[in-house]
Design a binder for this molecule. Structure first.
Ligand code: CTP
Ligand code: MG
Length: 194
């Protein structure tokens, strides 16, 4: 992935494009979720649920598959759109192991969300309680961490391209996260607008 020839705004769109499987994984989890809690209803030694009823197998699996479906559609049918948005002729967004990368982005997002729930339950926050900073960055952090372990060169090839990618992630992630959740709340598929 070579971003050297691109402007700030082009990189902005390309970064959002690359991260789309991670951004949308949780949206799919909301749609498919709610069945078979991963912690099986069990309590931690502190007397609170390990993860809570908001983290289920149906959400984890549906969210991972949904995020991967988005990535698959992007890889196979998305070039036209990203070309229009970013005027990019470089379509090698997810590298040579693209299917593994989009899996890691989608699954990593849900793993990050789950890890955050574990810590939220440890600090006595109930399911759905607000934890602004954690909720906004948990998923993107773990998604990037998994791709870093698997293929550091791929991650480095775009995320360390000046300050534009980091800036995009820091600024756009909370806005997108909040935006998608408000839509989900208005549509009635999500219990809280965060
Ligand atoms: N969901 C799920 N399984 C997951 C992730 C999400 O079933 N692994 C579903 C649940 O129905 C959850 C909804 O998506 O209520 C919204 O997700 P999220 O906001 O992450 O969960 P919360 O209910 O807010 O729970 P927590 O406080 O643990 O974040
Ligand atoms: Mg929540």
């Amino acid at each position: 992935m070579d971003l050297t020839e691109h402007s700030f705004i082009q990189i902005f769109f390309i970064v959002l494009w690359i991260m789309m499987p991670a951004y949308l994984a949780n949206t799919f989890a909301v749609l498919t979720g709610g069945k078979y809690p991963i912690d099986q209803g069990k309590m931690h030694s502190d007397g609170n649920r390990i993860l809570g009823d908001g983290k289920t197998w149906s959400g984890l699996i549906g969210g991972t598959l949904g995020g991967m479906l988005i990535g698959y559609l992007q890889i196979n049918y998305g070039n036209y759109f990203i070309d229009k948005l970013a005027n990019s002729s470089n379509y090698d967004f997810w590298g040579e192991h693209s299917l593994i990368i989009i899996f890691l982005l989608a699954f990593g997002a849900l793993l990050g969300d789950m890890t955050a729930s574990f810590f939220k339950r440890r600090s006595k926050l109930n399911r759905g309680d607000k934890s602004p900073i954690l909720d906004m960055f948990d998923f993107i952090g773990m998604a990037l961490f998994l791709t870093l372990i698997f293929d550091f060169e791929w991650l480095k090839s775009w995320i360390l391209e000046g300050y534009a990618p980091i800036f995009t992630l820091l600024i756009a992630t909370p806005i997108l996260h909040r935006g998608v959740n408000i839509i989900g709340y208005k549509l009635g598929v999500k219990n809280e607008p965060w």
